[in-house]
Design a protein around this ligand. Structure first.
Ligand SMILES: N[C@@H](CCC(=O)N[C@@H](CS)C(=O)NCC(=O)O)C(=O)O
Length: 228
């Protein structure tokens, strides 16, 4: 099986954490994709994932699976003992709900801010971003506000419980962790007053599946050089 990705980027990091949690790394071949050179917007890659984003899982039978949640569900259920996506209907529903909130209210808005209110990943990739968004920094700023509201929401949640969906680490925590990692790299950061969120992040950062990959959890390009 193969994972098409680029280490260091937030969504690929989600799957690298899942693989480490499940002890599956050795079973996968990692195929690097040149994100900064916009390789993922070319026909060869679009045939694998028409959305033109990373990561993509390639099964041995030639099936391509994209969307980090779908890939996570596949990997988590391979051994018949899901630990990240829930076992009971209640666990599954709570994890799904919180995962979606982490994605919709933090990770995705941070990405939109990054690509539309900053130089993003540079000229080659910006050429593929929605032309009506080009230079519309105020729209990107609105996404930043949305991400900040999402952070406040999760800080409130984590004041009362250890993890996003209750007392166990799950796919929802992985998504939010990636969202905050992206927020740091994009220059948004996490407000210091969100103590519960920051403490949770520190706890997650210490998990073996996350800690062992700390070198891969930050974006690899030089953001300062790109004007941050
Ligand atoms: N919803 C997708 C999002 C994937 C995504 O946005 N990946 C980023 C890398 S972190 C990407 O490929 N960005 C390139 C682009 O937007 O052109 C998922 O869950 O996997």
């Amino acid at each position: 099986m193969k994972i098409h990705d680029r280490p260091g980027f937030p969504n690929p990091a989600r799957i690298r954490i899942v693989l480490a949690e499940k002890g599956l790394d050795a079973q996968f071949e990692f195929v690097p994709v040149d994100l900064i050179g916009a390789e993922h917007k070319q026909p060869d890659f679009l045939a694998k994932n028409p959305s033109g984003v990373l990561p993509v899982l390639e099964l041995d039978d030639g099936t391509f699976i994209s969307e980090s949640t779908a890939i996570t569900e596949y990997l988590d259920n391979l051994d018949g003992k899901p630990t990240l996506t829930g076992r009971t209907p209640r666990e599954k529903a709570l994890i799904h709900m919180m995962q979606r909130r982490a994605e919709a209210d933090v990770l995705d808005p941070v990405g939109l801010y990054f690509h539309h209110a900053t130089p993003g990943l540079g000229d080659a990739l910006q050429a593929f971003k929605s032309p009506e968004w080009q230079g519309r920094a105020e729209m990107g700023q609105r996404e930043a506000e949305k991400a900040r509201a999402g952070m406040k929401y999760f800080n409130d949640v984590l004041a009362d419980q250890d993890f996003l969906a209750g007392d166990a680490f799950s796919m929802a925590d992985i998504t939010l962790f990636a969202g905050l990692m992206f927020a740091d790299a994009a220059g948004l950061g996490v407000p210091a007053e969100h103590g519960a969120l920051l403490q949770w992040r520190e706890r997650v950062a210490q998990l073996p599946s996350v800690k062992n990959r700390s070198g891969q959890t930050f974006l690899p390009f030089d953001l300062k050089r790109m004007g941050f």
